[in-house]
Ligand binder design. Structure first.
Ligand SMILES: Nc1ncnc2c1ncn2[C@@H]1O[C@H](COP(=O)(O)OP(=O)(O)O)[C@@H](O)[C@H]1O
Ligand SMILES: CC(=O)OP(=O)(O)O
Ligand SMILES: [Mg+2]
Length: 400
């Protein structure tokens, strides 16, 4: 049995999975949320039981300790099912890491060095890497980069029309994120449809708390909505997505905001949260249905931006074979999917109202049989993809 432990540290969460690679079955998984806030939550799942508790988790080091405690207390213990390798999600690899990479001190330093290009994510990823390397010093640790899938983007797609010298001196360009998910779901969609991956033109809408769109042309990312950092693009739970950069000058000059305050405002106090007071699409949808005008506007803005990118990417791809919805919102929100694709029959996109209501228990088609473009919901599983790449990178076999 070859076991891989996957650590996915987000900006305010830590997700983990212990996976038996022979069958790709999850032996245990967990989620530690609201890190750094006054009340956090800790969850640990095994096949037959769920443990859940409220617990204040001050930082990612404490979150990592909570994960170890969960394994020790609720099992399976990491002594009884020792991992052969640990796979780490790292958001920013820039133009330094094109593939999953075995972590040594030098790689760790490089990930740290790239932190300014993903300030909410790379430091959290590093805390997980350091914690895990301390606990498991004798097994390989592999970094799987969100940006790797997007390194196929052309210069036309990834260059900002910013002064060239300034951009080059500061490594300013579009790197994208969520690539592990975009790859996993676009590949799964091709397989499900029985079509060769290298022929399919797909627009993926990964809509979770963080959200991004991606145009996948024959298995290659040709454009994506996140930019130098995961702030650009779609409207997110707490992030603005696209905004006129002059808004920042204005807020600084007229209202005295400092750079750090602007960073906090755009990354943590905006998006759905900034528009309505909650970052959760379930709450926003309920409030909108009950007549709350702010929630209605927030959903309008949210969907407007999704359609903006969908249209753009269908043009970049020269037409689309498939549109894939994934992540928390994409997999669960019947309304966001319906509204995103409303009135697109002229484009060959025809959603089936009943199929759109099917429960989220696996990959499914939600377009009509007559729809020229096939619309699918594909549950993402970044952890499985990270585990696969981790194993491939270490050269170990799944059944050892
Ligand atoms: N049933 C649902 N209907 C609508 N939105 C949902 C539902 N369940 C979860 N979500 C949304 O999914 C989000 C979390 O998505 P997820 O992909 O787990 O995000 P992340 O990985 O960025 O933390 C929640 O904030 C919520 O907005
Ligand atoms: C890159 C990013 O935004 O990740 P997440 O959706 O996990 O916050
Ligand atoms: Mg996510």
């Amino acid at each position: 049995m070859t076991i891989v432990l996957v650590v996915n540290s987000g900006s305010s969460s830590l997700k983990y999975q212990l996976i038996d690679m022979a069958t790709e079955s999850t032996l245990a998984s967990g989620l530690i949320e609201r890190i750094g806030e006054s009340t956090g939550s800790v969850r640990h799942d095994r096949a037959d039981a769920r443990e859940e508790r409220e617990q204040t988790v001050a930082n990612h080091d404490d979150a990592f300790a909570a994960m170890l405690e969960n394994f020790a207390t609720f099992g399976p213990t990491l002594e009884s099912t020792p991992p052969a390798a640990v796979g780490h999600r790292v958001v920013q690899g820039a133009r330094r890491f094109f593939d999953a990479t075995v972590i040594d001190d030098d790689v760790e330093r490089n990930i740290e060095e790239l932190s300014p290009l993903a300030p909410l994510h790379n430091p959290a990823n590093l805390a997980g890497i350091r914690g895990a390397r301390r606990v498991f010093p004798n097994i390989p640790h592999v970094a799987v980069f969100d940006t790797a899938f997007h390194t196929t983007m052309s210069d036309a797609a990834s260059t900002y029309a910013l002064n060239r010298e300034v951009a080059e001196a500061n490594r300013v360009r579009k790197y994208g994120a969520h690539g592990t998910s975009h790859k996993f779901v676009s590949e799964a969609a091709a397989e499900f449809l029985g079509r060769p991956y290298d022929e399919l033109r797909t627009v993926v809408l990964h809509i979770g708390n963080g959200a991004s769109a991606c145009a996948v042309d024959g298995g290659r990312s040709i454009d994506t909505s996140m930019g130098m950092t995961p702030l650009e693009g779609l409207v997110m739970g707490t992030r603005t997505g696209d905004i006129d950069p002059a808004v920042l000058f204005h807020l600084h000059r007229k209202a005295g905001y400092t750079v750090d305050e602007l960073d906090d405002l755009l990354n943590r106090k905006s998006g759905l949260y900034g528009l309505t007071g909650t970052n959760d699409v379930r709450d926003v949808t309920q409030r909108a249905a009950a007549g709350d005008a702010r929630a209605q506007l927030a959903l309008d803005v949210y969907v407007h931006r999704l359609r903006h990118y969908l249209g753009s990417y269908l043009v970049q791809l020269g037409g689309g074979d498939a549109i894939v919805f994934t992540a928390g919102v994409g997999e669960n929100s019947v309304e966001v999917r319906r509204r995103t694709l409303e009135g697109l029959e002229w484009l060959g996109v025809e959603i089936d109202a009943e199929r759109n209501q099917l429960p989220n228990d696996g990959i499914r088609v939600i377009s009509t049989d007559a729809s020229r473009v096939t619309v699918l919901v594909v549950p993402t599983n970044e952890e499985i993809e990270i585990a696969r790449q981790t194993l491939a990178t270490t050269g170990a076999s799944a059944a050892e």
